[in-house]
Design a protein around this ligand. Structure first.
Ligand code: NAD
Length: 247
């Protein structure tokens, strides 16, 4: 049997209760990692942690609150002993347009997608710096390149911010051997995309590979980027979109 790629590694996945986050938790656990699954959905995260398996645990977090971000990272480090891999996956999309987007929509999409990724990372940086090892994965999006016209103005802007943040953190942490990368999915079949806007549905019909991606496809990429196989890769934003955007 091939060696498991995350044997003995400790990981924290935000937004892990369902969708892409859950698929990442399952894949990481299957590859030998112990996983702290964190989410604002406390019942959902409890259920997911139980189903992911004995090496995993459930933690409550609201990534829109910087104190909650710092608390959950501390709790994960105490419970797991170390933190090798942080996945900033928690995300939020409400379809709006430039004409009807409210301040609440703006704040919520910025806070969950962008601010949360920064403050969870900030909480993990000293630990990873001191151990001179670790990897951070951020969930950006195709919307960072397209502007998110099929999604919402603050969603595209927040994800572009996540991509820029990835480059910033990758530069700051490279001297300590800590890698920071992002995944940029196109249209993946999850709760987030099950009630698409008209434009979103139209975009999905134009995917060159013929269908929406699966959460498991994104988890495979996350596994690669988290593993030692990607030990020379940092500051990359990796597209995974069935050919919807080619560059
Ligand atoms: P999803 O809506 O199915 O799951 C998001 C998870 O985040 C949920 O479990 C939710 O409870 C949690 N969450 C929401 N707000 C939170 C908060 N304040 N604090 C903690 N947890 C919170 O979404 P998904 O499709 O699985 O998306 C996962 C990530 O991938 C997101 O960052 C999303 O923006 C990104 N993404 C998704 C797609 C797609 O097509 N599905 C495309 C590009 C990027």
């Amino acid at each position: 049997m091939a060696a498991r790629r995350l044997e003995g590694r400790t990981t924290l996945v935000t937004g892990g209760a369902r969708g892409i986050g859950r698929a990442i938790c399952e894949r990481f656990a299957a590859e030998g990692a112990r996983v702290a699954v964190a989410d604002i959905d406390e019942a959902g995260v409890q259920r997911t942690a139980e189903e992911v398996g004995p090496g995993s645990m459930a933690l409550a977090v609201d990534v829109a609150d910087s104190k909650s971000c710092h608390r959950v990272v501390r709790q994960a480090i105490v419970a797991l002993g170390t933190l090798d891999v942080l996945v900033n996956n928690a995300g939020y999309l409400r379809h709006t347009t430039a004409f009807d987007c409210t301040e609440d929509d703006w704040d919520r999409m910025m806070d969950i997608n962008l601010k949360g990724s920064f403050f969870c990372s900030q909480a993990a940086l000293p630990h990873m710096r001191d151990r001179r090892r670790g990897a951070i994965l951020n969930l950006s999006s195709l919307a960072a390149k397209t502007g998110g016209v099929a999604a919402a103005p603050p969603y595209g802007a927040a994800k572009a911010g996540v991509s820029a943040l990835t480059l910033h953190l990758a530069r700051v942490m490279a001297p300590y051997g800590v890698r920071v990368n992002a995944l940029a999915p196109g249209i993946i079949d999850t709760d987030m995309t099950r009630k698409p806007s008209g434009e979103h549905a139209e975009l999905a019909r134009r995917i060159p590979l013929g269908s929406r991606g699966r959460a498991e496809d994104v988890a495979s990429l996350a596994l690669f980027l988290a593993s030692d196989e990607a030990s020379h890769i940092t500051g990359e934003i990796v597209d995974i979109n069935g050919g919807l955007w080619m560059d």
